[in-house]
Design a protein around this ligand. Sequence first.
Ligand SMILES: NC(=O)c1ccc[n+]([C@@H]2O[C@H](COP(=O)([O-])OP(=O)(O)OC[C@H]3O[C@@H](n4cnc5c(N)ncnc54)[C@H](OP(=O)(O)O)[C@@H]3O)[C@@H](O)[C@H]2O)c1
Length: 349
Amino acid sequence: MKYRELGESGIQVSLICLGTMTWGEQNTREEALAQMDYALEHGVNFWDAAEMYPVPPRKETQGDTERCIGDWLKRTGRRHDVVLATKVTGRSDRSWIRDVRETRVNRAQIIAAIHGSLKRLNTDYIDLYQIHWPDRRLGLWGEAGASYVHKQTADETPILEAMETMTELVNSGKVRCIGVSNETPWGVSQYLEASKQGCQRIVSVQNSYSLLNRVYEHGLSEYAFREGIGLLAYSPLAMGSLSGKYIGGRTPAGSRKALFPNFLTRYESEQAKECIVQYARLAESHSLHPADMALAFVNSRPFVTSNIIGATNPDQLKQNIDSVDLTLSDELETAIQAIHLRCKHPAAA
Ligand SMILES: NC(=O)c1ccc[n+]([C@@H]2O[C@H](COP(=O)([O-])OP(=O)(O)OC[C@H]3O[C@@H](n4cnc5c(N)ncnc54)[C@H](OP(=O)(O)O)[C@@H]3O)[C@@H](O)[C@H]2O)c1
């Protein structure tokens, strides 16, 4: 395994981060426990959860992913071997997450959220506490493509309020460092402004990043890199699409597309489908599995701190962790760039 520093926190995290959002829905508790055992045995010390998980989010299962991790920690006692990340839910109408009309990123709700997470996780501290998505209204998860659509909300919680609360959590020892997710350059600039007013500095941005979605490279990559903030790249396989398994309209039984078809629509435009075929052909012409090339691409970007994989079976988990040892040749890099230039934003989320 390779390790990189989480922002400027001094914490070393594995280049592969264990994604967890399938645990408690697509994966059972036993499968989750086995994934944690295998990942740690293979050097993956960084795990990413959220109070809202598993997905798709449901009242009946909410918190079960964190409960799986809590069970593992209780069983193994290996809390200090793991860098544990979780998230407070952004603004939403999922009133069942807390007993509120809307989940909001304000002081009261951040405090309620962390108490719930600490309890479910069976721990008294979280290494990286992240804001899952902002309190201000943004077009997220492909809703607006790569475009910015301004949505006026007079009642946005000030970023400073969220940051002061997160800072209190750090000062009280409940959290070691803080990060954001699904953010824009403007959002990141506001979090950095707050740190000039005595708040903790964020160490990471967790955004979607893959061969099909390179929006992060436009603005955030240089900005965050120069500010010592790392990208935690999620959906590196575009939810499995970049493995090539859906090419030609196939829908393997038990796959995410078969189970939750709405999840993948952002990767199903004609342009995205064409792009997936081109990347798959390119990988195969270099004797690589398409998933390996897609993961190696993310692993090798200098602004990526960790690549958050999502596996639903042991073979996928092994393959995805092993991607850390792959190197893309200069020829392959050039060919990837040529496809990218022809098809810049096939999917944006
Ligand atoms: N901050 C956020 O808003 C946000 C959003 C999304 C994800 N995340 C984080 O990022 C993690 C990973 O996201 P993701 O699950 O979307 O990542 P992904 O790697 O793009 O997609 C994972 C899915 O692809 C399939 N897959 C994985 N490895 C494969 C392989 N080697 N060959 C073929 N298919 C493979 C699996 O689906 P099937 O077996 O089901 O087909 C798996 O569920 C999550 O667990 C979560 O921690 C964060």
